[in-house]
Design a protein around this ligand. Structure first.
Ligand SMILES: NC(=O)C1=CN([C@@H]2O[C@H](COP(=O)(O)OP(=O)(O)OC[C@H]3O[C@@H](n4cnc5c(N)ncnc54)[C@H](O)[C@@H]3O)[C@@H](O)[C@H]2O)C=CC1
Ligand SMILES: O=C(O)[C@@H]1CCC=N1
Length: 274
């Protein structure tokens, strides 16, 4: 059982792929250990298998008692196939924490009929280094205690923003859930642009990666400065940055493109519901 105050004493994690494993690592880093943790994962990675062995977690136990928290981290498309095996895990007192993109509280209740204490959350992949951010929505039945457990489970891998409208989870998904991919694609594009400007590819790749990582860290450490101020700090009047920003901030520049991308992600989340 966990000695850590804050995390649930017993957890069943369903799906220990990229996000499930990131959560598991975060909980372990908080001191979670013992047989109260059951992991259901038909294709456990070496890392997950080793972590389970090191921490005394039960990996694919033949039977399991209902845990305080049931954490769902399978793909949304797998829910129909997996849910029947979880009905007994999701009682009226169980915190059901789902990170499935698109799947609504109603979709979960339709498959786990006794579940009442449902929290939907949307973390992101920086969770794997403890630097994620999650948006979370608790359905009205969720009491303060369960909300606290959900905060602890998500807080183990980064920041948590509670939102009061379930519909906004799709927007969170489109901004911060998918967001790391946009940033990584920006690095790919900056690398390509550097090569087109004459740089050897390896150097362009190192410059682009370090620029985004450094700018991200500067942003993080400059909480009192807005992104606009940080941008202005780079931009000499009549200089090189101003020339580039005239392109990026044009009417058909980055803002409308990103707005279209976020809208597409949001629409896709809606399509995944049901
Ligand atoms: N990858 C991301 O950036 C984010 C993903 N999500 C959500 O997290 C969920 C998981 O996504 P990923 O970790 O990226 O996917 P993933 O494919 O890495 O992990 C899913 C895991 O479920 C396992 N699985 C398959 N059948 C199963 C079964 N019957 N029982 C238990 N586990 C089973 C798979 O073997 C796999 O390891 C998705 O619902 C996704 O919408 C949420 C936030 C960010
Ligand atoms: O692409 C997806 O559907 C998931 C949800 C947010 C990030 N990855």
């Amino acid at each position: 059982m966990s000695a850590f105050v804050g995390l649930p004493g017993s957890i069943t994690l369903v799906g220990a792929g990229k996000m499930g494993a990131a959560l598991l690592q975060g909980w372990a880093a908080q001191g979670l250990s013992g047989e109260g943790v059951a992991i259901v994962e038909p294709q456990a990675s070496r890392e997950v298998t080793a972590l389970a062995a090191a921490r005394g977690f039960r990996l694919n136990p033949p039977t399991r008692a209902p845990a305080e928290a049931l954490v769902l981290a399978i793909k949304p498309q797998m829910l129909d196939a997996v849910a029947p095996s979880l009905v007994a895990d999701a009682g009226p007192d169980t915190l059901v924490l789902s990170i499935l993109a698109g799947k609504r509280v109603a979709d979960l209740v339709a498959r786990l009929p006794a579940a009442k204490m449902i929290v939907r959350a949307m973390p992101n992949t920086p969770a794997s280094i403890g630097r994620g951010i999650s948006g979370a929505f608790a359905c009205p039945a969720v009491d303060d205690g369960r909300r606290g457990l959900a905060s602890a489970l998500l807080g183990a891998v980064g920041e948590v923003e509670w939102i009061e409208s379930e519909a906004l989870i799709d927007a969170v998904t489109a901004v911060s859930g998918s967001g790391p991919a946009y940033v990584f694609h920006f690095v790919e594009c900056l690398t390509k642009a550097g090569v087109e400007a004459g740089l050897p590819e390896e150097i362009a790749a190192r410059l682009a990666r370090a620029t985004v990582a450094g700018a991200g860290e500067l942003l993080r450490q400059s909480g009192d400065l807005s992104p606009a101020t940080l941008r202005e700090n780079v931009t000499s009047p009549g200089g090189t940055t101003a020339a580039a920003l005239a392109v990026l901030m044009a009417e058909d520049g980055l803002a409308p493109l990103l707005a279209r991308a976020v809208a597409a992600a949001r629409r896709r989340a809606e399509e995944l519901s049901g």
